[in-house]
Every structure is written in C-alpha cells, then in structure tokens.
Design a protein around this ligand. Structure first.
Ligand code: SF4
Length: 283
C-alpha cells in the first residue's frame, strides 16, 4: 500500500499563536489568578484535555469566570460584547483570537458601519460566526449553503457586503458570490475573509484525493475546518474518513486500498497525525 501525507496537515498559524499565548501565561510566574478558557481554546478535545491537566479551566459561560482571574480568548474569538463585559468585571483578558479572524471582524465592522447589510456564509452556531456577527453594525443574514443563499429575499434598495467564516469552502463561496452578483441592481461588495491556510489545505486535500483511493482526515469532530476538509475530498469524488485519533482507524477496511492519503485539520496536533501515519505505514 502506498501512502501520501499532506504537507499542510496540522496546526495553522492562528492555532499555534493561540497555544503559544496560553503556554506563556501558564509559564508566567509573576501573575496570579486561575487561568480560564471560554469554550475550547481550539477545536481538538485531546489538546483541551492536556491543558486541563495543567490546571487550565474550560467554561462555557462568561459568568463562570470570577473577577481576579485570567481568561485566554480562543483562536475563533468571542463576541465583542462578552469581551467587553469580561474586562469590565476585573478579569484579565488575553486575546488569542487568530489575526485572520480579527481582520475579518474589523472588515465587517468597517463595511457595516458604512450602512451595508452583512451577508455571512457560515454555520450560525459556530463560535467564530457569533464573533463575526457581533462586529456587524446593523442587520445581518446568515446562510450555510448556496441553496439557502438562493432563497434569501434581498431588498435592492439596501447595500450589502458578503463575507464568509474564515474556514469555509472557497469554491462554494465563489459560487455564492457569482449568484448574488447576478441579481439585478444589487449593490454588493465581497470581502475576502477566507483564510489562505484553509484555501491551501483544501487545495492540497483535493490534489491528494485525485491521486489516492481513500483519504483519512484527522481532527476533532467539533472542528469545522476538519469536517469541511472531509467534505471537499468527498466532493472531488474520493471517499474520506474523519477520525480523531489512530485508535479509530478501521484497519481491516483500509488494507483493501492501494493508495491512502492523510490530511488533518488546522487544530490537529502533529503527534496525532504522526501516530496515524505510523499505523497506516504498518499496514
Ligand atoms: S484556519 Fe486560518 S483563520 Fe482559522 S485559526 Fe487557522 S490561520 Fe486563523
């Protein structure tokens, strides 16, 4: 059996930066107070569990963080309002939001403050989407598919800006952009918010899918960019399997393939990808 591993598999710049900030705070001796994370610092349960062992407390609601503590904001960001209220309550806020997400937030803020309605291609329940929406100054419309966008009733008397969650599929976003541009008299500008790391990872995954029979995609089940990678591969016509760790590999089923590809989401640690590679190579 032949095996191909994506060069882009593993942590992206935003995830590395967020974890680096968290590591620095843990190592800081001249700082007092418990260290909290609001939601998962990154979408990988194995990484979150390792930080829990180091004493980092993960909570789901900002009210669970007491004054005098430290909170590290996750790579996907939190809403502008929650960030403000945490600082107001005497909590030290370390902002580890990915710079690409921050850029998208500021671009949305700037354009919506000029009176444009935000059209956002993303998953409404995703933390990053909630963060992006909180920077919009006025009305917002969220859709998750091209079909949903096609059914949106838009008023030609208003001005719009189109943006995407940073990890969305670039091809679908381009199709949405073309679909909206066809609407007569619609004043629309398109904001370039899809992250390059995501584009490259998806592009490489498609190339690997073209030259293999099956692709393993490693990453947290709660990681939207990992799920999307599996979708991109399957859309290109190659079957894919999303796993979190090497223990989940269906070894007997995998033996029947001639050539297997391996890629991973932006929040998947290298050691998990290495372990999967080792198991695949042993087949
Ligand atoms: S995938 Fe892109 S936007 Fe998301 S955390 Fe990584 S670098 Fe930032």
């Amino acid at each position: 059996m032949e095996f191909v591993r994506a060069k882009s598999a593993g942590f992206c710049m935003g995830v590395s930066l967020a974890l680096h900030k968290l590591d620095n705070i843990i190592a800081e001796e001249n700082i007092s107070g418990d260290i909290y994370i609001l939601g998962s610092i990154i979408h990988n349960p194995q990484v979150v569990a390792e930080y829990a062992e180091k004493g980092v407390i993960s909570v789901d609601s900002p009210e669970e963080i007491p004054p005098g503590s430290i909170v590290v904001i996750r790579a996907h960001g939190i809403t502008k309002q929650v960030q403000y209220s945490l600082s107001q309550r005497g909590i030290l806020v370390i902002d580890a939001t990915c710079p690409k997400v921050k850029d998208a937030c500021l671009s949305i803020e700037e354009n919506t403050q000029k009176g444009r309605v935000l059209l956002l291609f993303g998953e409404e329940a995703h933390p990053e989407v909630k963060c992006l929406l909180s920077y919009a100054a006025g009305k917002t419309v969220v859709f998750d598919t091209l079909e949903e966008c096609q059914t949106c009733d838009l008023d030609p008397a208003l001005k719009y800006c189109l943006a995407a969650q940073t990890t969305q599929d670039k091809h679908v976003f381009d199709a949405i952009s073309r679909e909206l541009s066809k609407r007569k008299g619609l004043d629309l500008i398109v904001l370039d918010t899809i992250c390059n790391a995501t584009r490259m990872r998806q592009g490489e995954a498609t190339k690997i899918a073209d030259k293999t029979d099956f692709v393993i995609v490693a990453g947290g089940y709660n990681s939207s960019n990992t799920r999307r990678l599996a979708q991109v591969i399957e859309t290109s016509g190659t079957a894919a399997l999303h796993v979190e760790t090497a223990d989940e590999l269906p070894l007997d089923d995998l033996r029947k393939f001639q050539k297997i590809g391996l890629t991973a989401g932006a929040s998947t640690p290298k050691k998990i990808v290495d372990k999967i590679q080792k198991v695949l190579e042993s087949l």
